[in-house]
Each structure stands twice: as C-alpha cells, then as structure tokens.
Design a protein around this ligand. Sequence first.
Ligand code: SAM
Ligand code: DTB
Ligand code: SF4
Length: 333
Amino acid sequence: MTETTPRFDWTRDEIAALYEAPLDTLLGKALGVKAENWADGKVQKSQLLSIKTGGCAEDCGYCSQSAHFDTGLKAEKLMPLEDVVAEAKRAKAGGADRFCMGAAWRELKDRDVPKVAAMISAVKAEGLETCVTLGMLKPEQANALKAAGLDYYNHNLDTSPEYYDTVVSTRTYDDRLETLSYCREAGINLCVGGILGMGESREDRIGLIHELSKLKPHPESVPINMLVPIKGTPLGESPPISVVEMARAIAVCRIVFPKSWVRLSAGREGMTEEGQALCMLAGANSIFVGDRLLTTDNPGETRDDALLKAMGFEHASREETATPARKTTLIGA
Ligand code: SAM
Ligand code: DTB
Ligand code: SF4
C-alpha cells in the first residue's frame, strides 16, 4: 500500500482548485487518498459530555452557552467526578472509543486543573481515549493535562482568519493558535476543525482548510461541524448550507489531511441519512455517537447503527486502523 505523505505547503489556490472541481473528480480523489491510508469501511466513534454548561464569557455567535445571548440554557456548575465517570462508562458501553469533555470556559482556571485532571485520569482508566475542550490554556496547564493522561485537545479555528471576527469578538485567531502550540509542546494530539453555515463564503471555507493545513504536524482529528442554529444567538436564523457543500469540504479535508480522522461532527441531526452517507463517502471516517452533543441533540445509537449498517461500515478501534505510518505520527499510539 502506498501511503500519502502529508504536505504542509498547500497554497490557497491549490485547495480552491480541489474544492471547486467537479464533484466526481473531487470525491474520486478523496476516496483514492482514503484507500491509500485507511482500511475500508471503518468509523471511529467519539462521544461528548458537557462537564460545565453555559455562562461562558466568550461571545461566539453560534454558541448556546455564551452568557452574551439569551438562549434559554440554564448554566450549571462543573459536574462531579462520579457523574462524569458514570457517563464515560455509558459511552463505552454504547461503543464510543474516545470521550470528549467540554467546558463552557473562556480559559481554564488554575483552581480547576486538578478537578479536570482527575476526570481525565478516571476516564482513561475506563479504557477510553481522552479528549477535553476547555478554552484557552497556559503552557503549564497543558503539561498538567498531558500528565493526567490526556490524549487529545479540541480547540477549533472555526473559520478563515478574515471571517473570524464577524463570528467572535472576545478573542483572536492568534489566541487560538497559541493554545494549540502549547498543546503540541506538551505532546498532546490535536483535534482542530471548524463550522460551516455561519454565513461565510466558500473562500472562507477554503481559508479555514488552508490554515489547518499549515499546522505541523497536522491535527490528528479534524472535526467539520454543520452549524446547529441556536435561537437567541446572532447566527440562530442562518439559512442551512447544502449537504453537497459539506461533502466538498470533507473531501478536501480527506485529501489535505490524509492521516487524520476527519469527523462529520455537529449537524447530523438536521441531515437525512442520504446526506450523512454522502459525507461519509466523501471521506469522513469519524462521528460523534450518542443522543447528545454538548447542549443539542444527535441521532443516537439506533439511527447510527442503521446508517452504518446500510453503508456496510463498522466501528474501528484505533489499533485496527493504525497503519505503520500513523503509528509514528499519532502521539501515544
Ligand atoms: N469553550 C471551548 C471552546 O470554545 O473551545 C469548548 C466548547 S465549544 C462548544 C467547542 C466547539 O464546538 C466550538 O469551537 C465550535 O466549533 C463547536 N460548536 C459550538 N456550538 C456549535 C453549534 N451551534 N453548531 C456547530 N458547532 C458548534
Ligand atoms: C467539535 O468540533 N464539535 C463538538 C466538539 N468539537 C466539542 C461540539 C459541537 C457542539 C454542537 C452544539 C451543542 O451541542 O452545543
Ligand atoms: Fe464559550 Fe466555547 Fe461557546 Fe465560545 S464556543 S461561547 S468559548 S463555550
């Protein structure tokens, strides 16, 4: 099997040419890259849990959890460790192999580090890969999370640098990149992606993928979310984007990030089974499972089983799909 060597010198024009190719050309290329680097028909499953919900100081225009908007969401305190462990056990029993704990924080406070570290260690002890998304980090906090057993940090770039401040005003693109660099220095795998359907142009979607392609090494996971419109947020009335546009973005990610898990993330609840199948055919090889994302609904086990069965796809453990090349790129593999 010839594997694809990841490139870090993609130009925006090259990415645009892929994105705008006839759909059969684009999907053909994406499936070629997938076949070179991954076993057929295998899907990685992550499950989310909101460990600290609502009341967030940031003003991300898409988010149900920002204190700047009235979305009707009740803010909650940090969840107790025992509840987190109980949810992790349920996720594992439901087939998840990675458990991602999300907190509605602008940044991690030092006083919360031991509490989150205990959650990471306990989830890891259940035999799950661990992921957290906690907002901005300082270098020593990243080191502490790694020491507790953290496998992945999720911190999305969301959109192009040019469109970013239309969506968020309380932090910058460079703030995001800084936290990502601290995670890398601490030896943590990265989960970095974005959202489609926030009123951005195709050029912005291309810009997002271009920015992600410059991260060296590439993020090991690339989540592509379709906006879940939340009433009360500035983006709550955004018109939905087409599933073909979503599939194009996923296919380009599959080509540009040959060794990364590309996740069809938020937004599946609003898609038909055929739409989801198209996105999987475009090269996505990971989904969020369970009937909740952080604060919104997700299809859940019965419907996901039906979708994967119809496609002849099945759950892949990391060990099953890791090629020798991936074993050397994935930290902790
Ligand atoms: N506070 C942390 C942060 O922003 O990094 C972690 C939690 S935040 C909810 C994680 C990611 O979820 C965001 O970066 C965004 O990409 C995605 N997200 C949030 N709300 C969404 C929505 N309504 N639709 C799609 N994706 C969303
Ligand atoms: C990501 O890219 N998508 C997830 C995860 N990383 C943290 C979050 C999706 C959130 C969707 C809206 C909600 O449920 O609040
Ligand atoms: Fe806060 Fe994260 Fe929501 Fe932004 S996306 S408002 S940082 S929880």
